[in-house]
Structure formats: C-alpha cells, structure tokens
Ligand binder design. Structure first.
Ligand SMILES: [Zn+2]
Length: 321
C-alpha cells in the first residue's frame, strides 16, 4: 500500500468512526510498525443559536457609507461615477425603516468605537453634500437617530455642498461632524506633511466652527496605508474610516474601519442583510477588484474607473485638488 493509498483509507476510516468520542486511536500498518495516531475528537457542529451568539460576540458594528440624499433628482451635471452614490429621499426613508425593523441600535462613529459599545449600526455621509444635511438629517431626527457627517473643507459653500451654517446646525442637533480631507485629494500620493495638512486643515476649521472636538475622519477614495494611519493618530483622531466593505469586529483596528458603500440602487433587502452583518457577497466583489487596484495604485484605479463610468470630458471634476 502506498502512502497515498494509506491516506485515502485513513480518510475513509475516519468517516466511519462514531462521533462524540474524546479521542480515537488506530494503527496504519502501511508504515511498518503499528504507529499509533491520536486524533482530535470530531467537532460538534454548533447549533444555529450558538453560531448567532458567537457572531454577535465578535461583531462590533456595521457602518453604512452614504454620500448624498436628494429630494427629486441628483445634482445636475453630476458625473455617473458620483451620481451612483446619491440616494433618493424615498429610498433613504425606506432604508431607515428597514434598520428600525432590525432592532439594531444606531450610533455615531465616536460612540460605536467605545470598548463597551453593544452591536450597532453607524450611518455616515461623505463629502458634505447639501442634501445629506437638508434631506437626510431631518429624516434621521424624526426617528431620534444621529449620524456622522464627514466634510471636506474646500467643498463647503460650493454649489451642491453644505454651508458653514448647515454644519453648525447639524452639530447642535447632535450629529457628529468629522473630517473628509481639506481638498479631497487621494492621500497615498502625498508626503507625510501633506497628509497631516489634509487632516489638520479640515479638523481645525471644523473645530473652530462647531466649538467642539472633531475626532473621527474618513478617507477620500478610501485610500489607506500605514503612513496615513500614523498621520491620523498624530492629528488627534480616534477613528479612521475606509471604503472597504465589511464588518467592524471587536478586535478590528479603529483606524481601518470598514464601511458598506450605499448606492442609488441599494435595496431594502440589502440593508436588512447588512443589519444581520451578512456582507459576504460585497466583500467577495471587493476582493476580485483588489488586483487591478494593486496593479494601478488607488489613485490611478479611481481615475480609470471614473473615465470608464463617465466618458464625458465636460464632467464636473469635484475631487481633484
Ligand atoms: Zn469623498
């Protein structure tokens, strides 16, 4: 009997062994002496209730990444690569109903990263679009929830974006205001000094405006590396959000927080699934696109993606410094 044959037979024998014993000993004569192998007991499959309890124990929170909420139509002139992340007011309202039906608590970024925080859902908005303040926040307030809004300093006051007054009012209403860069440039192509300026330029502006500490940040394009994390810590942030889909687990870094991107087509069923921390298909899709991201680099990948999606030379360039 060859070693391979023996391996096959061992597998067959194992499949015939009774389950539940603490350990099982048998000999394989093909190796000459009766070498005794001590095998671990077969694992009992956990019950669905045990699995759910274990999952809730390891999962800390699920974070949704919105951009804008519009009343009737997205901003004119918006390139397709941006419009796909703008959600109608009706759809946003349905999403909130779905979240409420799940029973999951809704918390701000700074609350959800606390060590003793129970499982929660975090609603975030990136860029500082006016619609997130004018359409999104009133719906959130109507159900008593608070979101975290990450603002880009140089977008404030531009057409389609928030004003300083909207930011102050949102902060007074209990919303958390965070940083989404000073100019919205991709940080992986920047020097350490430039990255720090991107963080602190926006942070200082917002803190002067709302008269309270700004401790959370999200990254333009989700662009993240060790230097960017180091700079975020140095700038005084306690958490940093990427655009990588996934669940924030108890042992996950607070400086690599994963978020589920919400598109104009994100369904109620998807939101219900996210509330159960079931994000496998989105994580797999992201993994498939990881190769072109690595080959091109994040900055070039985003440019190629925008070019493919927009194909319009006159598209408004909102994100380039
Ligand atoms: Zn952005």
């Amino acid at each position: 009997m060859s070693r391979a044959d023996c391996g096959t037979n061992v597998a067959e024998m194992l499949s015939l062994l009774p389950s539940g014993s603490q350990a099982t000993e048998f000999s394989c004569r093909a190796f000459g002496s009766a070498a005794a192998l001590s095998l671990p007991a077969p694992r009992q499959k956990p019950s669905p209730i045990e699995s759910a309890e274990k999952q809730l124990h390891t999962m800390r929170s699920i974070w949704l990444m919105y951009h804008d909420v519009f009343k009737t139509a997205p901003e004119n002139d918006l390139p397709a690569s941006a419009a796909m992340y703008h959600v109608s007011r009706d759809r946003f309202s349905r999403h909130l109903n779905t979240i409420r039906a799940s029973g999951l608590a809704v918390r701000t970024a700074a609350e959800a990263i606390q060590d003793d925080a129970p499982p929660a859902l975090v609603i975030t908005f990136d860029d500082g679009w006016a619609g997130s303040f004018l359409q999104g926040l009133p719906l959130l307030e109507s159900v008593g929830w608070r979101a975290t809004i990450f603002v880009t300093r140089d977008f404030i006051g531009r057409p389609g974006f928030c004003t300083p007054g909207m930011i102050s009012a949102a902060s007074r209403a209990g919303m958390e205001i965070g940083v989404h860069g000073t100019t919205h440039r991709m940080l992986s192509g920047c020097t350490r000094a430039e990255i720090l300026q991107e963080f602190t330029g926006c942070k200082e502006f917002l803190e002067n405006l709302i008269r309270r500490p700004v401790v959370s940040a999200s990254l333009p394009g989700g662009d993240l590396n060790a230097t960017i994390i180091d700079c975020a810590r140095a700038a005084g942030f306690v958490c940093l959000c990427s655009s990588v889909p996934g669940v924030h687990k108890r042992l996950s870094s607070r400086f690599k927080i994963k978020r589920m991107p919400i598109r104009s087509t994100t369904s109620d069923d998807q939101i219900a699934r996210y509330c159960r921390f079931a994000v496998h298909s989105e994580v797999m899709r992201w993994a498939v696109l990881e190769t072109p991201r690595r080959v091109l680099g994040m900055r070039n990948y985003v440019r190629v993606r925008r070019w493919l999606l927009d194909r319009r030379k006159d598209s408004r360039e909102l994100w380039q410094p």
